[in-house]
Design a protein around this ligand. Structure first.
Ligand code: HEM
Length: 556
């Protein structure tokens, strides 16, 4: 006799729903396997047990190769119906922006980059800031970070960069500063991002108090087919607040999930975080007058020349009902744009656009877009795509002949949509096939400016964090990093050098990297290493220089 099946339900339990298996069969005994006699052996036709255990064996899908630790939230985007003081229709025909007060459902996923699925949320790392807009014209994903620039500018370097951030493949102990800075010391385009990640902004106090940036350059297209370069920025109404390494160490001593909890606790008490979406705009051409390339994601566009224009606001008000379905399986990608929004030729962006859906087909499965959290819930889907693992439904169009899963057809199949406006758009592109980096690399200027424009507690924390990490590196790596920092800004190089016992004279003899062509101004700075005087930052404003409050993350 089993100990449970023969027990009738107590009257108080009669109104609880019945447990079934996935075939809809009621489960009479969830405590005991079917066996020959109470002591076993177990039988192989034990369908209910085998289904339960084999499903459990497959409960995990591969975690994201980057951004594995994250939290999803839901809410809405509300358009202002204009772009600052300008008419937005003059700039983009994207439907979600046109009408003042128009709301679009959104799903947002905040994340850290390097750690695994259960890693600390107060690790020093950029934070992912990915937004899925469920528009009436299909989904738009804006897959950004909380820092305005990135470490590299060519997608072909991404796997190497990420390998250097992940634990040593032999010892697998932890992120190893010697490996991190081995890569960075040979990749001077990363200097600007390093001044941000090693500053307090590398550890936001919470997901609610961080900025968001599209980082890459995109395009807007209007009804006449005219294009404009655009960068996106999310500014938190809650303000920006960050932690020092000591504060973070204290929090993660007892709590690895402090940011997720902070966000969901805020929802529970009715405190809904809000961000304003702003854009910077540039005419769509190469801009030879600038000292940086508008398609270079290691650069910000200085605000005094390219002011921010507000286009809407986003409010988050709801946590997922199931973390696996809505956080693990949610899938964002830079290729997911709606009409009126377009790619630029930014080489990172193009590489990213391949990578996201490729990894999602591997990580979630070929039909990942049929999952409720990923499907365009406010637009009709009608493809001729069929089958594949986990095909959930057939997305027939209205009145579509179900026998016709191809196009063109005269038998009642799907037809192509009318093209909304001009097919040809943007400047003409000519060039020869090549493997060259962009001409205006200018790797040090904005990093130096960023240092000078930091608040003094940010500068102190940046220097302390760099000295702490570089102190664990081999001497040649330390020397090259001090050389780079001196090229950014005398004071930064000297302060980091002082902490490591390395002076400008110790590194003056270093030749420029073989892979790096210094510009004229950089060569002059090199000739004068350590004695260039502060850069002139009068009037300069950068989006990621908004005040940063020193805070302790809420832990209750
Ligand atoms: C060439 C450079 C890059 C490549 C190849 C790349 C690739 C990837 C991959 C494979 C994932 C995992 C996606 C998934 O499993 O669903 C990912 C996630 C992510 N990436 Fe990138 N990435 C690049 C650069 C960037 C940059 C510059 C940003 C920020 C502007 C960024 C932001 C994100 C975010 C926010 C996520 C997490 C999305 C989520 O929450 O599901 N990535 N990236």
């Amino acid at each position: 006799m089993t100990d449970v099946t023969s027990q009738p339900s107590k009257p108080a339990e009669q109104d609880r729903a019945l447990l079934t298996n996935r075939q809809g069969h009621p489960v009479h005994d969830n405590q005991n396997q079917r066996t020959v006699g109470p002591r076993g052996p177990a039988t192989l036709e034990n369908y209910q047990f085998l289904e339960k255990i084999s499903h459990f064996d497959r409960e995990r899908i591969p975690e994201r190769v980057v951004h594995a630790r994250g939290a999803t939230a839901f809410g809405y985007f509300e358009a202002y119906g204009r772009c600052g003081e300008q008419s937005i229709a003059q700039l983009t025909r994207a439907g979600l922006f046109q009408e003042e007060g128009k709301r679009t459902d959104v799903a947002v996923r905040f994340s850290t980059v390097a750690g695994g699925r259960d890693s600390s949320e107060v690790a020093r790392d950029p934070r992912g800031f990915a937004v899925k807009f469920y528009t009436e014209e299909g989904n738009w994903d804006l897959v950004g970070n909380n820092l305005g620039v990135f470490f590299i500018r060519d997608a072909i370097k991404f796997p190497d960069f990420i390998h250097s951030q992940k634990p040593d493949p032999v010892t697998f102990e932890r992120q190893d500063p010697n490996r991190v800075f081995d890569f960075i010391s040979q990749s001077p385009e990363a200097l600007h991002m390093i001044t941000l990640v090693f500053s307090p902004r590398g550890i936001p106090a919470s997901y609610r108090t961080q900025q968001g940036f599209g980082v890459n350059t995109y395009k807007w297209v209007n009804a006449r087919g005219e294009t404009t370069l655009v960068k996106y920025h999310w500014l938190p109404k809650q303000g920006v607040a960050s932690l020092t390494a000591e504060e973070a160490a204290e929090i993660q001593g007892t709590d690895l999930g402090s940011h997720t909890r902070d966000l969901y606790d805020a929802f529970a008490r009715g405190d809904y975080p809000e961000w304003e979406l702003c854009v910077q705009l540039m005419e769509d051409h190469e801009h030879p007058e600038l000292d940086f390339d508008p398609l270079d994601d290691t650069k910000v566009w200085p605000e005094e020349s390219f002011p921010l224009h507000a286009i809407g606001r986003m409010v988050l008000d709801r946590a997922p009902e199931n973390i696996f379905a809505e956080n693990e399986q949610i899938a964002f990608g830079t290729g997911v744009l709606v009409d009126g929004l377009d790619f630029s030729d930014d080489k990172m962006l193009v590489g990213r656009t391949f990578s996201y859906s490729d990894t999602q087909r591997h990580r979630v499965g070929p039909n990942y877009l049929q999952l409720p959290v990923n499907s365009p819930k406010n637009a009709r889907v009608a493809t001729n795509q069929r089958d594949g693992q986990m095909a959930y439904a057939v997305d027939l169009g209205e009145r579509q002949n179900p026998h016709v899963n191809y196009e063109p057809s005269i038998l009642g199949g799907l037809r192509e949509a009318d093209y909304p406006a001009h097919d040809d758009q943007g400047p003409g592109i000519t060039g020869r096939l090549t493997r060259k980096r962009i001409a205006r690399t200018n790797d040090y200027q904005q990093a130096g400016e960023r240092y000078l424009l930091s608040q003094s507690w940010e500068k102190d924390d940046l220097v302390a964090n760099l000295v702490g990490a570089l102190g664990q590196c081999d001497r040649p790596i330390q020397e090259r990093m001090v050389w780079h920092f001196l090229l950014c800004e005398d004071e930064l190089g000297q302060r980091v050098g002082d902490g490591l016992g390395i002076s400008a004279d110790d590194v003056r003899h270093l030749e420029p990297l073989a892979t790096h062509a210094l510009g004229e101004e950089e060569q002059q700075r090199l000739a004068n290493l350590g004695k260039n005087g502060p850069r002139d930052v009068t009037g300069r404003t950068m989006t990621h220089c908004v005040p940063n409050e020193r805070a302790t993350a809420p832990t209750s």
